[in-house]
Every structure is written in structure tokens, then in C-alpha cells.
Ligand binder design. Structure first.
Ligand code: NDP
Length: 429
């Protein structure tokens, strides 16, 4: 089993880190050639992925370390431009590892396809007919994707609702059919769209209405993943702060986010700082994950915190995160982008359910990283020191100069581009 504890990884050069990776059994020479090449995504592949291609847009790929989830070690690929995220995730993962690791679970991967029917003479009767013909419709929609059914997936259930029946204009009155489809290891957007489109003529016949939209709902609230950690306070103690102080600060910070949307948005952005880089590195659709996550955070009618933090009877800090997680290990661009293929190998997950669980564990770690910093030194101390290198580069520093300028910015306690430009000029002289 690969370990995700690699002491000193942070202080290695890129070459040393690559050597270490190349030695892992996980990778073939071809894999590492792609990962280490200047053009890991070829122009040919890019041109076949989207339209009007003129180039590619690389992001740094870092490794989140120390993750122990359900007693399994994970090295987590994270593609992100923001400094401090990977360091913070790895730092918290180490603390949680010492507390026994994250425990996670996931529901079945049931996604939702929606069909919109308008212009019915009698919406009530149309709804009753759809519900009465449930089994027939489920069989019909499954016939459009037999390979999915063969794998153990496919449509499992169906529901219907009438929107704006009494109050709305003729444009707003509609029957909405939800078809619940297990998409196995695929995110499933294309699969679902194919399936629900195939059903439209049958639905029109049965309802005497007209079908307009036939598409998945990105609010995948039947495709959930959950992560939990329980941390004894002594593991939370840091420079000048007792573990109890940190724990209480984290819970106060959570309560703020739970009660105030202005804080909740920033709090949740920090969670997505951990989630998006893994979703991106594994070739998944991060817009879909983002959209669903924020909808879930507003499911009680007020936008609130995605995580929950509390204290248990023994005084431990308990953190929990539940999110819709419509990610796949197959489909879309996952096996088209060579680096995403390698990211999957590195993660060593066997199913989309397992991938979803790793992702929410990283989100929970990231949230604690931010809250712990906010409840103690403030976010800027750690973040700006790591950001200083980007500031130096933005000011024109190159090569060895980057380290020097970044260090001088930290010493001057003035991490901003204007100051860095002055230092670059001085250095050149
Ligand atoms: P695909 O269209 O690539 O479908 C996945 C394919 O994987 C299936 O056709 C299936 O082929 C194959 N497959 C192999 N093994 C498995 C397995 N174990 N479980 C399930 N399928 C398997 O991708 P998706 O349907 O997942 O769609 C995802 C893409 O759709 C993403 O790129 C997303 O950005 C995009 N998209 C998103 C939308 C949205 O979010 N609103 C809208 C439209 C597109 P077979 O059964 O033939 O073997």
C-alpha cells in the first residue's frame, strides 16, 4: 500500500519530488513522461476537446499528503493556482491522521433527469397517468441505455410534480417529471440527457402536453458524500494557543458561518478551495460540483455553512461535511486528458463513490485549515508568506531572484507587488 506520509516533501526540489514519484509502482514510464513533459496536454488532444482552440492553460499540480481516509492512505492530486491551499490541506490531514483519520461514506450514485411538460389540458390527470405508468416509463428509459443497466445502474424510480398550477400564467404552469438514474462510475450528464431525451415522445403521448426541457439536474441531492473527523484538543494546540482555545475558536467561526450568509459564502469558498483542485485534477466537471454544493448549502431556505463543527462529550472537536458529489472515474474528459488519467492512478480509487469520499474529506480538511488559522494568528500570516513568491514573480523576479525577493518581502512585512517591484529594481542594480 502506498503511504501518503512523505516527510520533507515540502522542502524537496521539483526534480527530487518527481524522482520519488517515478519510483512509485503506480506509474509507467509513459505516465511520468506525460506528467513531467512541458506539453502534457497536446494541442491535438486539446483541439479535439473543445472548440476554437489556440493553446492550453496549465495549472500547478501539487500533492495533498497525509490523508488517511477509512484507514486507507491517499496521495491527493490538486490542480490550483492559489498558494497555501495544498500546504494547509496537508497540514490538517496530518493532524486528523494522528487522530485516527477521516471516516467517510457515500450514498448510491443516483442522479436526476428532468422532463418539463407544458400545455396539458388537465395537469392533475397528466401527473396521475405518469405515476400510473411508472414501471413502463422506467423500462422505456432504460432501453435507451442498456449498457448502463447491464452494469447494475439505470433508472430506478420516477416522480412528478406540478409547478404553478393555480397561480401562474400559461408559461409557468408545467408538469415536471424526475427520473432517478444510477449512473454507476460516470458523472452521468450525457448518459442522463440521452435517456431523458429518448422518453420525450412517450411522455407527450401520455400527457397530451408538449415537452420542452429534457436534461439532468445538477442538484444531485441523491448522490451525496460525507466526511467526518474527531480531533482531541491536544492535537490542535499551536504557537501560543491551547488546543481548547483553537477548538472553541473553530466552533465559534462555524456558528458565524451557520448564521450569516455573508460569512457563509467565504467559509464555503474555503471548502471549495480543497474540493475544486481535486475535481479539476481528476478531469471532472467542477462547475457541476460547485453549483450543487451551493444549492445544498441553501437547502433549508437560508444559505449557510456546508460544514458543521461541534464539541463531543470528551471535549473533542468534531467536524462533518455532506455534499452532493457528482464526479466520475470514467466518462467526459477523464480518460482524454493525460494528466487526469495519471491523477486517477495516483489516487488509486476503485469507484466514483470512493473518489467522492476522498473529495469531501479534502474539503473538510481545507475548512479546518482556514478556521484554525482564522481562530489563531489570522489568515494572513501563513497565506501571505506563501503568496510572497507569486508576488515576486508578478513584479518581474525570475530564477534565484524569486527566493531573495520573496524573503525580503516577508522580512519587510509588506507582501505587495509595488514593494516587490522596488526590491527587484534594487536587486538588479
Ligand atoms: P460520457 O458521455 O462519457 O458517458 C460515460 C461513459 O462511460 C458511458 O457512456 C459508458 O459507456 C462508459 N462507462 C464505462 N465504464 C462505466 C462505468 N463503470 N459506469 C458508468 N459508465 C461507464 O460522460 P457522462 O455521461 O458521465 O457525462 C459527463 C460529461 O458531461 C462531463 O464532461 C460534463 O462536463 C458534461 N456535461 C455536463 C452537463 C451538466 O453538468 N449540466 C451537461 C452536458 C454535458 P458504455 O456504457 O457505452 O460502455
Amino acid at each position: 500500500m502506498q503511504t501518503s506520509r512523505i516527510p520533507g516533501f515540502y522542502n524537496m526540489t521539483v526534480e527530487e519530488r518527481r524522482e520519488l514519484l517515478a519510483k512509485m509502482d503506480t506509474f509507467t514510464e509513459e505516465d511520468t513522461a506525460y506528467l513531467f513533459s512541458k506539453e502534457s496536454l497536446s494541442m491535438d488532444t486539446a483541439d479535439n476537446m473543445i472548440e476554437n482552440v489556440v493553446g492550453t492553460f496549465p495549472l500547478p499540480l501539487g500533492l495533498g499528503l497525509n490523508f488517511l481516509i477509512n484507514n486507507k492512505d491517499y496521495v491527493v492530486p490538486m490542480a490550483i493556482e492559489e498558494p497555501s491551499v495544498v500546504a494547509s490541506a496537508s497540514h490538517i490531514a496530518k493532524i486528523v491522521r494522528n487522530a485516527g483519520g477521516f471516516s467517510t461514506e457515500a450514498t448510491d450514485r443516483v442522479m436526476i433527469g428532468q422532463i418539463q411538460v407544458v400545455g396539458c389540458q388537465d395537469f392533475d390527470a397528466a401527473k396521475k397517468t405518469i405515476l400510473h405508468e411508472k414501471d413502463y416509463l422506467i423500462n422505456a428509459v432504460n432501453a435507451a441505455y442498456p449498457s448502463l443497466v447491464k452494469r447494475g445502474g439505470g433508472a430506478e424510480d420516477l416522480d412528478a410534480r406540478i409547478l404553478n398550477e393555480k397561480t401562474g400564467s400559461k408559461y409557468s404552469q408545467m408538469l415536471i417529471i424526475h427520473i432517478y438514474i444510477n449512473t454507476c462510475d460516470a458523472m452521468g450528464a450525457n448518459i442522463i440527457n440521452t435517456m431523458v431525451e429518448s422518453l420525450a415522445p412517450t411522455v407527450e403521448e401520455l400527457t397530451d402536453g408538449k415537452v420542452y426541457l429534457r436534461i439532468l439536474s445538477n442538484y444531485a441531492d441523491r448522490c451525496l458524500a460525507r466526511a467526518r473527523c474527531v480531533i482531541p484538543p491536544d492535537l490542535l494546540a499551536s504557537d501560543g494557543f491551547s488546543g481548547e482555545e483553537v477548538r472553541d475558536g473553530v466552533i465559534h467561526a462555524y456558528e458565524f458561518a451557520a448564521s450569516d450568509p455573508y460569512r457563509a459564502v467565504t467559509h464555503n469558498k474555503g471548502i471549495m478551495n480543497g474540493i475544486d483542485p481535486v475535481v479539476i485534477a481528476t478531469g471532472n466537471d467542477w462547475r457541476a460540483v460547485e453549483a450543487a454544493a451551493h444549492a445544498h448549502a441553501a437547502r433549508d431556505g437560508q444559505y449557510g455553512s456546508m460544514t458543521e463543527w461541534s464539541k463531543d462529550e470528551e471535549g473533542n472537536l468534531v467536524g462533518e461535511l455532506e455534499l452532493p458529489m457528482s464526479v466520475g472515474t470514467v466518462g467526459g474528459s477523464i480518460h482524454v486528458h493525460p494528466v487526469s488519467r495519471i491523477a486517477h492512478k495516483l489516487l488509486n480509487v476503485v469507484s466514483a463513490q470512493e473518489l467522492a469520499q476522498v473529495i469531501v474529506a479534502v474539503g473538510l480538511a481545507q475548512n479546518l485549515g482556514a478556521l484554525k488559522a482564522l481562530a489563531t494568528d489570522g489568515i494572513q500570516k501563513g497565506h501571505m508568506a506563501l503568496h510572497s513568491r507569486s508576488v515576486a514573480i508578478a513584479a518581474g523576479a525570475t530564477g534565484e531572484m524569486i527566493d531573495v525577493i520573496s524573503q525580503r518581502l516577508i522580512e519587510a512585512n509588506e507582501i505587495r507587488v509595488g514593494k516587490a517591484k522596488e526590491l527587484v529594481e534594487e536587486y538588479k542594480k
